[in-house]
Every structure is written in C-alpha cells, then in structure tokens.
Design a protein around this ligand. Structure first.
Ligand SMILES: *[C@@H]1O[C@H](CO)[C@@H](O)[C@H](O)[C@H]1NC(C)=O
Ligand SMILES: *[C@@H]1O[C@H](CO)[C@@H](O)[C@H](O)[C@H]1NC(C)=O
Ligand SMILES: [Zn+2]
Length: 502
C-alpha cells in the first residue's frame, strides 16, 4: 500500500496529539480539519464556489434537510412509487432547470416517452398490431394486410381496434403498458431480476416495429432530442444497434441509412436549437451474439467510424450481463482493432451485476484491459479495488444510472447504492438514465435527484452537481476543441441558472 505524504502527516498529528496535548478528548480543531479533508475528496470537493453559488448551495442544503426528514423518503422507495413524490420536490424543480451537460448512457430503443409513441406513432395510418402467445405485442406499418411473421399470425389495424374499444384512453393506456416497465405495484409485478428482465426484453421487442419504421425513426430521434433539450441537456451519446429500417411497401434500409438519418436529424435539431451541442452514436450489439458475429460487427463499426468520424463515438455490447456472454468470451473479436492497428473506442457496459465472484463480475477488469473509455454502470466497481484504481488512474468515468439499477433490482434503497463510495472518494463519474421510456423517466433530472439526494446524501452539494455536469462533457467522446466549446456553452447556461435561482 502506498501512503501519501498527506496521510502520513495526518497520522503524525494524531499521534502527537495523543501523546502530548490531549487527554481523552480529541482536539476539536484537528477533528474539523480531518472532516474538511475528507469532504475535499468527494465529487466536487475541490470545486470553489462563487458567492452566488454559495447562496444557492445554502438554499439547496436547507431544502435537502427538509426532504430527508420527510417520510417516505423518495430514494428509499421504488422509483415507480417515488416518482409522484419527486415531482413535488423543490430540489427536483431546481434540478430540472439546472444545465446538466450531456447524457452519455441512453439506449436508442427507449429514448422517447411512451406517451409520444402511443399518442403520436400508433395514431398514424397503416399501423398494425398483433398479440403474441406470451402476452406481448408487435407493431408493423404496412400498406396492406401483413403476412404472418415473428410470433404473429393475426394482424389488426390499431385504428380499427381503437374505434371498437369502449374507451380509447383505456386502450391507449393498455398499449403504453406493453412499452414500459412502469406499473403501480412493481414489487408484485417484478418479484425477481429474471422476471423484470423478461418484461424489459419484451418491451424492447414491442417498440421495435414502431421505431424501425423509416419515417417514424426520423421523428422519433428528433422528439428524443427535444425531450432531452427540455430537461436542459445539451448533448447526447446514444447507444444504438442501428437496426435496419423499413418503408410502408416493405423496402429495407441498411445500417448506414440509420446512421445518416441520425446525422441529418441531429444537424436539423442543432439548427433549430443553437444552444444544443450535438449527438453521437455508440454502436452496440447484443451480447447474445456469437464471436464471429461480433467480429463482423466490430469490423463494420471500424468502417462506419472511418466514414462518419463526427457521428460514431465507438462500440459497446448490450443486453443483460448476468445471463449474457462475458467480454472475455468475445476477446478475439474485441482485440481486432488493436490487431489491425486501428482504434475503435469502447464504452463497455460492465459490472451491472450483484453476483460477486462470477465470470460476469470480471467484466469490469476486462473492460479496462480492453482500454474502455468509460464503464457503463460499474455497479460492481466498489468491490474491485484494483479495477477501481486502474479506472481512476486512467480517468475512465463510470456512467451511474441509479433508477435503472433500482428498477432492475440490484438495489432497493438507493442510499445503499455502492456508488456512494465512488462519490465520496471523487471517482470519475457521470449520471445517466439508461432506458428512460422503460423506467418512466424523461431527461436526466430524476436520476440526478436520486444521485444527489439519495446516493450523495446531505454531503453532496452544489459543487457535486457542478462537477457531475462538467464531467459529462469532460468524459464525453468529443474531440478536445468541441469539449472546449461545450464547456463554454455550459458555463454560460450555468451562470444564468445560478443567478436566476439564488
Ligand atoms: C407526430 O409528430 C410529428 C412530428 O413531431 C408531427 O408532424 C405529427 O403531426 C404528429 N402526428 C400525430 C398523429 O400526432
Ligand atoms: C490498450 O492500450 C495499451 C496502451 O496504449 C496498448 O498497448 C494495448 O494494445 C491496448 N489494448 C487493446 C486491446 O486495445
Ligand atoms: Zn445500458
């Protein structure tokens, strides 16, 4: 173990104190100094606040004291029950106004709220639905009655079903329930991780037919950026498999079409909203694939990054880690870029597990061995001292998605989230929302609330929030000059936020 000069000094002073001056009572000045030193290590602990920021910080602190003494305390209960409480919180309304920088961990299939999917997309003409034997649904846009496909024999027009329904609002609500995990009684609906993940995968499949319709994808991406922008987010890194898309007549577009569409929509959005910095893609494939398929995907990603360097940030493997294949399983595929002498930045999901000591639990170390740029979730990181040291030394930020971890049943009371350790020692960290539409969130404010109030507790302060927002640009995949631009844009927004709120 390496003892820093700083730690040695503290030890010395303590020793001196015990042998000379003090009797039984620790020196209060000493105690005070140690407390300040410890606080300086946390996220934001070295950020110096302006006078205006200090006033806002004091205000936030009072609000937090009130909120922490209230029962029930939102971070301690399931988010589906906490959501209405959080919506009434004064801290939450401040967080919504706060410029939060970038969202670095969101999946494309759950970017947009289910309200929009149902109220906008399923109201379009030629939208067919079918109910599968396992009580899921599939959607398909088609100019004529679709042939049987997937698990679906019998396709009906949504329009017809809605017209026949007693109450169209009930009908729409029932569609929404297929597209999200959100439910009134989550403990009853999802007694185990297996069951909640099963519903999770079903909801993905249900949304797929809507989102991969080519004309929908365009509006969907625009709407997604709109929802982020409304929550004061200025940048997005979206994990996407770049699924093939289809037209009404059955024409299929390839992955490159999706990538170009993403680029065009982003450019349009930035033109319409000059205070939005942009968006990039992390190409992701499912960890259920075989090694040779992942090899192909890695080669494709290398090519797409070469052709669209401003859009493609890198590569990731997605899907449940616990039941999926490990990074080490894919080692031949993942070492291809290095073998070919090219760079393909990785943004691996790793350590989204509570199964300590399993092969899956080694994903964090393997992610670092493959030079990952950030770690998605890193829920298990606090239990891996060596990996934690490496990730800190190499400035590999952890993408913390508190609500995702709670809904997918890694932790129930967010005060016990292991990221509390990471926050208290200032580990590189960003906050994100993972699958907002599935969890019933929008933007990042709900996750910021949980991280700030639940995980960070009373000691997380305005400096913590400031550092987390800055981190989202600092640890983004943007080239240095765009990070500069982004930080300047963010600082302007921040100054306005502080002067408006204090
Ligand atoms: C759906 O959204 C698009 C784009 O935002 C809009 O042009 C269209 O009118 C909406 N359609 C419905 C049925 O609400
Ligand atoms: C990771 O980075 C190290 C140091 O730059 C390099 O030697 C190694 O080849 C890289 N490994 C992979 C798998 O990219
Ligand atoms: Zn994820």
């Amino acid at each position: 173990m390496v003892i820093s000069i700083h730690q040695a000094m503290v030890a010395c002073v303590l020793l001196l104190c015990f042998v000379t001056v003090c009797t039984g009572m620790p020196d209060p000045a000493q105690r005070d100094m140690l407390m300040r030193q410890e606080a300086s290590r946390q996220t934001g602990g070295r950020v110096i606040l302006t006078a205006a920021e200090q006033r806002l910080d004091a205000h936030l602190h009072r609000l937090k004291e009130q909120e922490m003494s209230a029962a029930p305390f939102p971070p301690a209960v399931h988010f589906f029950k906490a959501k209405p409480l959080i919506q009434q919180s004064s801290i939450f309304s401040l967080l919504r106004k706060m410029p939060k920088g970038g969202a670095l961990h969101i999946h494309s299939s759950s970017l947009v709220s289910v309200e929009w999917l149902v109220k906008n997309v399923t109201y379009r003409p030629h939208c067919y639905i079918c109910f599968t034997w396992d009580r899921s649904v599939r959607f398909l846009f088609s100019s004529r009655q679709p042939f049987p496909r997937w698990d679906c024999v019998y396709w009906q027009l949504v329009e017809t079903l809605r017209a026949k329904a007693k109450d169209p609002t009930d009908f729409d609500n029932s569609l929404m329930r297929h597209l999200t995990l959100f439910t009134e009684d989550p403990d009853k609906a999802y007694p185990s991780q297996d069951i909640v993940w099963e519903k999770f995968e079903k909801a993905f499949m249900a949304a797929a037919g809507l989102v991969t319709h080519a004309p929908v994808l365009r509006d969907y991406l625009y709407q997604g950026l709109e929802e982020l922008h409304r929550d004061n987010i200025m940048y997005l890194e979206l994990r996407s498999g770049l699924s093939r898309t289809y037209e009404l007549d059955g024409t299929i577009h390839d992955k490159v079409w999706s990538l170009k569409t993403f680029q065009e929509v982003t450019q349009q959005f930035v033109a319409d909203h000059p205070d939005f910095l942009g968006a990039r893609i992390i190409i992701s494939v499912h960890r259920a694939l075989g090694v040779s398929e992942v090899k192909t995907a890695v080669k494709e990603a290398i090519q797409m990054q070469r052709d669209f360097p401003e859009v493609v940030a890198g590569f990731d493997l997605v899907g449940r880690e616990d039941s999926g294949r490990t990074l080490w399983y894919f080692r031949e595929a993942l070492s291809l870029p290095a073998d070919l002498g090219v760079t393909l930045p990785y943004f691996f999901h790793a350590g989204e597990t509570d199964e300590e000591g399993t092969d899956v639990d080694q994903n964090i170390l393997d992610a670092l061995l493959f030079n990952t740029t950030r770690i998605g979730h890193g829920y298990a990181l606090a239990h891996h001292p060596l990996a934690k040291e490496l990730s800190r030394k190499r400035n590999v930020a952890v993408e913390l998605c508190p609500i995702s971890n709670q809904v997918l049943k890694l932790v129930s009371d967010l005060r016990n989230h292991p990221a509390a350790v990471l926050m208290s020692e200032g580990h590189p960290l960003v906050i994100s929302s993972d699958d907002p539409s599935l969890f019933g969130t929008t933007g990042l404010s709900y996750d910021f609330y949980q991280a700030f109030v639940g995980i960070g507790g009373l000691k997380a302060n305005l400096a913590t929030l400031k550092e987390l927002a800055v981190n989202s640009i600092r640890y983004s995949s943007l080239p240095p000059h765009l990070k500069e631009t982004g930080l300047v844009m963010w600082q302007n927004k921040w100054d306005i936020f502080v002067s408006d709120s204090s």
